[in-house]
Design a protein around this ligand. Sequence first.
Ligand code: ATP
Ligand code: MG
Length: 262
Amino acid sequence: MTARTGRLVADDIRVAFRPAQRNAAPAIALDGLSLDVGGGEIVALIGPNGCGKSTFLRVAAGLLRPERGRVTLDGVGVTAPDPRIGLVFQEPRLLPWRSVADNVTYPLELAGWSRERRAARLAELLPVVGLEAAAALRPVQLSGGMRQRAAIARALVLAPDVLLLDEPFSALDALTRERFNLDLLGLQERTGTSILIVTHSIPEAILVADRVVVMTPRPGRVAAEVRITAPRPRSLALLDEALTSRAAAEIRAHLELGEPVG
Ligand SMILES: Nc1ncnc2c1ncn2[C@@H]1O[C@H](COP(=O)(O)OP(=O)(O)OP(=O)(O)O)[C@@H](O)[C@H]1O
Ligand SMILES: [Mg+2]
């Protein structure tokens, strides 16, 4: 595993969206949210629909400026998209007219990499996500899981220190999903990237994460953090262990108790 220093810290984030009607109160999506991820850690973010998880990832990726609070990466403010931070959106946003290869290397094109360097990076990356055979296909020719893998590869192409994943496996069947969870652990090990993954699945959170961060309903902030002490490498057998049912009960209790502030 490559040693990384990238530590993403979000401190006291508040995001309010302007209301649809002129005199209505603003919709406060996040208020007082603080969390951090770094050092090759995998953190799972779990919380009810609409509590601000996707909003937070946009803030953490520098796509949305918070009204209050700040995000730093190794102490430097994140105020614009940063090549050291990779983001995979809730719906894989691939360019439909481009092949997998051209979608994955698109950020390199924007960064001015030569064709040769792009091809070399692609050859390195496609095996990491198991898409070697799909390089020439267009998004419409891929299964949902393959589209997710392509979007993950694109987010990894600039070798980010931090990877932000928004419910990346929610469209997959149960068995495929478990396999992807293990793949994600392998990917973290090979790349050294710290990962923040949003999920609605408690077993998924426990299987992949070193820490599970539970959010309150909107306005979102951290209700609790549950540490998952199982060592890595992990296997599906972890899901049958007593540790898992204890952690699951704790996470569920925090989700049920999570009270919005303000
Ligand atoms: N661009 C926007 N304009 C106005 N309101 C928004 C905007 N984006 C999000 N919101 C509101 O902010 C809140 C948080 O939305 P967000 O998408 O971050 O939730 P989420 O936790 O990702 O939910 P889910 O689990 O359904 O994906 C919601 O109330 C949503 O309506
Ligand atoms: Mg969301």
